[in-house]
Design a binder for this molecule. Structure first.
Ligand code: ADP
Ligand code: ASP
Ligand code: MG
Length: 412
């Protein structure tokens, strides 16, 4: 039997009527002759609520119990989806991560897949079940504990199952009808892309576009999964939505494909650190050990043997970074004059594979921001992206200005 993976995100299973709507889409594919693995998220808002309960109960929570609590949202929707399908005369059953079993690493709240044995699901398909409804976002560690994959992780569950079961396609049903040139909530000029290259989607996702979890794109790229994003609220067919595919499957040439933003960034500057070999290692080693996700880094020119070191990290990691820095100082790892924290910055990025062969994109980006009087605080570039840190209050304005400057409203 040909097999499809269909993933429904939180808003697509937000209540019983939406679960019914999603189940009807699954039934249609079964009627077309497919076996289906359905991956479900928790009902929208549920995971946030569960995280809130954990944090209220125990501010420095045990990560294993955090995972035990937050994974439960997906269990509810998996069972409800299986029941809904049964009511529609589709032979279905639910699977929690440990039942499959989905083996992951033991990195709680950021676990990665180790293996997904096919035997149990295959046996049920062989018995005549048409649909396996699998709880997304969760797995089982070697220690026998429930793990979760990080926020947005059900996308990654979907792609991993598509790879493990050789699915014909992995369809990600969500509340937008595809991948857009930027978040359609920020500008109504955002345009849906028919296709986007894996590399571009990977950058957009890791730079803040939450329509797909970064890891899901990485897996799809590695295992050549045919990945599609489409709406759960519209009638869809095999041409709907956005196909995430290899670069050479894209006909149009465009320099910039999209604009991404990340709202909750912080900029930290260590003033007056000694400019000597090993200083960067002395600063960033302890930050890495403390689990701070350092993103951009800038070191200024040296004056009289001293320099300033600036880096960015997620705003909710400021406390952790401050602690790591002051402990390193107490240990004598390095000295500094002052630590300046700016907790009100956002990161804006433009992404496009066309940048590889096009000069001048950075200049065009900076000019567009200058025209809106938006000050750039930090810049970083790679082969196919340019990112800047700016004051958070200008974030929407900057996204709109860049979308206009690169004429993304004319993209297709
Ligand atoms: P789900 O609950 O289905 O997983 P998410 O909320 O995680 O859905 O992701 C979908 C959301 O991603 C959209 O509602 C949209 O606001 C946001 N988004 C951000 N950037 C983009 C983009 N470039 N294209 C489409 N959606 C985007
Ligand atoms: N429910 C989880 C979250 O909200 C996983 C997901 O929906 O992908 O992050
Ligand atoms: Mg999501």
């Amino acid at each position: 039997m040909p097999l499809l993976v269909m993933k429904f995100g939180g808003t697509s299973v937000a209540d019983l009527s939406r679960i019914k709507n999603a189940a009807a889409k699954v039934k249609r594919e079964v009627e077309r002759g497919y076996d289906v693995i359905v991956i479900v998220s928790a009902m929208s808002g549920k995971t946030n609520e569960l995280v809130g309960w954990v944090e209220q109960t125990s501010p420095l929570f045990d990560a294993r119990e955090y995972d035990a609590v937050v994974a439960s949202g997906e269990n509810v929707t998996a069972g409800l989806m299986a029941l809904t399908l049964q009511e529609m005369d589709v032979p279905a059953r639910s699977w929690q991560g440990w039942q499959v079993p989905i083996h992951t690493t033991s990195a709680h709240s950021a676990a990665r897949f180790v293996s997904i044995p096919r035997d149990n699901l295959d046996a049920k398909f062989a018995e005549g079940f048409k649909v396996a409804v699998v709880a997304g976002f969760q797995g089982l560690s070697a220690e026998g504990r429930i793990t979760t994959l990080g926020r947005g992780g059900s996308d990654t569950t979907a792609v991993a199952f598509a790879a493990a079961f050789g699915a014909e396609r992995c369809d990600i049903y969500t509340d937008v009808d595809g991948v857009y040139t930027t978040d359609p909530r920020i500008t109504e000029k955002a345009r849906k892309l028919k296709r986007i290259a894996f590399e571009e989607m990977l950058e957009l996702a890791s730079l803040g576009a939450k329509v797909l979890q970064t890891r899901s794109v990485e897996l799809a790229m590695r295992y050549k999964v045919r990945l599609r994003v489409l709406s759960s609220f519209e009638d869809t067919d095999e041409n709907s939505g956005t196909l995430v595919c290899d670069e050479d499957e894209i006909m149009e040439s465009r320099v910039v494909s999209g604009v991404a933003y990340s709202r909750d960034e912080a900029k930290m500057t260590l003033l007056k650190v000694a400019d000597r070999p090993g200083i960067a290692a002395a600063i960033f080693g302890p930050l890495a050990e403390a689990g701070v996700n350092v993103d951009m880094i800038v070191q200024n020119i040296s004056e009289e043997g001293f320099t300033d070191m600036t880096f960015s990290c997620p705003v909710n990691q400021i406390k952790r970074a401050e602690k790591a820095i002051s402990e390193a100082r107490v240990r004598g790892a390095y000295e500094y004059g002052e630590l300046v924290v700016d907790d009100a910055v956002a990161k804006i990025s433009v992404v496009g594979i066309g940048m590889r062969s096009h000069a001048g994109v950075a200049a065009q980006m900076f000019a567009a921001l200058a025209a809106e009087n938006v000050n750039i605080k930090v810049i970083s570039t790679s082969e196919i992206k340019i990112s800047v840190l700016i004051d958070r209050k200008y974030m929407e304005l900057a996204v709109q200005a860049l979308h206009d400057a690169f004429q993304l409203d004319k993209a297709s």
